[in-house]
Design a protein around this ligand. Structure first.
Ligand SMILES: Nc1ncnc2c1ncn2[C@@H]1O[C@H](COP(=O)(O)OP(=O)(O)OP(=O)(O)O)[C@@H](O)[C@H]1O
Ligand SMILES: [Mg+2]
Length: 246
């Protein structure tokens, strides 16, 4: 069989999407967006411009008044369509509390793989590995509800990675993370063999983790208006001494 050219495979394709929470006010108007296999795209935009709304539309949690949502080459309209695709999409919510299911960290991270059919032993093993990778293994027996905001965020990212998604959508993944955790997340994301779409206000983070960055503005994404982010120097105590952030 001829080998498929997967480099142009579309994972997410939004066509002419218009959406409003109320009939009289559109949040998104005739928006187009594509994420292809191996692409890593960042999205910035002012507060309240509709970035999270856009992510919810991709996941089928909100239904656009107009337009098509095509995921992995299939037009998704009904809840059943989206249900079939959702396991392939790892979504990290802006608010980590929306993601928590089980009280303890290990159980919570193991829930996804368990749900995908792994034995409880395999699921726990996978969860421990991911926690180790993210440098938060020490939290495994902690009650999630007592964790700090940044710790919760890392646990929610671990939960999503544990499900071996085909594509990641991260909504403000760096909120609440300190410099060390943020650097670790950059390191992990860039080493992953995954396509992803990151919504963030953190320009430097996007410059380090994505190849292309779009802006959501005036209810749409300007695809031909890719902005150029660049890594920049930063300031902190004793920053003049040579150091690294690993
Ligand atoms: N359930 C809802 N009902 C009505 N309006 C909503 C609802 N959820 C969000 N909105 C409004 O829709 C607009 C877009 O919200 P959204 O959360 O998508 O913005 P955002 O770009 O993610 O913002 P931020 O950068 O602050 O996270 C905002 O004005 C918000 O107040
Ligand atoms: Mg948001």
């Amino acid at each position: 069989m001829a080998k498929q050219n997967t480099s142009t495979e579309e994972l997410i394709n939004l066509q002419n999407i218009s959406f409003g929470y109320t009939k009289d006010k559109l949040i998104l108007d005739n928006l187009n967006f594509k994420l292809k296999l191996s692409e890593r795209i960042g999205l910035i935009g002012a507060n309240g411009t509709g970035k999270t709304t856009l992510a919810f539309i991709i996941l089928g949690l909100l239904t656009p008044q107009q337009g098509k949502v095509k995921l992995f080459g299939k037009i998704c309209q009904t809840e059943k369509d989206f249900q079939q695709i959702r396991p392939k999409i790892g979504f990290v919510f802006q608010n980590a509390d929306d993601q928590i299911i089980f009280p303890t960290v290990l159980e919570d991270v193991a829930f996804g793989p368990l749900n995908l059919g792994l034995s409880s032993e395999q699921a726990l093993h996978k969860a421990e590995n991911i926690l180790k990778k993210l440098g938060i293994e020490h939290l495994k027996h902690r009650n999630i509800f007592n964790l700090s905001g940044g710790e919760k965020k890392l646990v929610s990212i671990a939960g999503v990675l544990a499900m071996s998604p085909k594509v990641l959508i991260l909504d403000e993944p760096t909120i609440g993370l300190d410099e060390h955790s943020r650097a670790k997340l950059i390191n992990i994301l860039t080493k992953l063999d995954l396509s992803y779409f990151i919504i963030s206000h953190d320009y430097d983070f996007l410059a380090r983790t994505t190849q292309k960055q779009y802006i959501l503005k005036n209810k749409t994404i300007f695809l031909d208006n890719t902005i150029v982010l660049h890594k920049h120097e930063h300031a902190h105590p004793l920053g003049y001494i040579t150091h690294d952030h690993t």
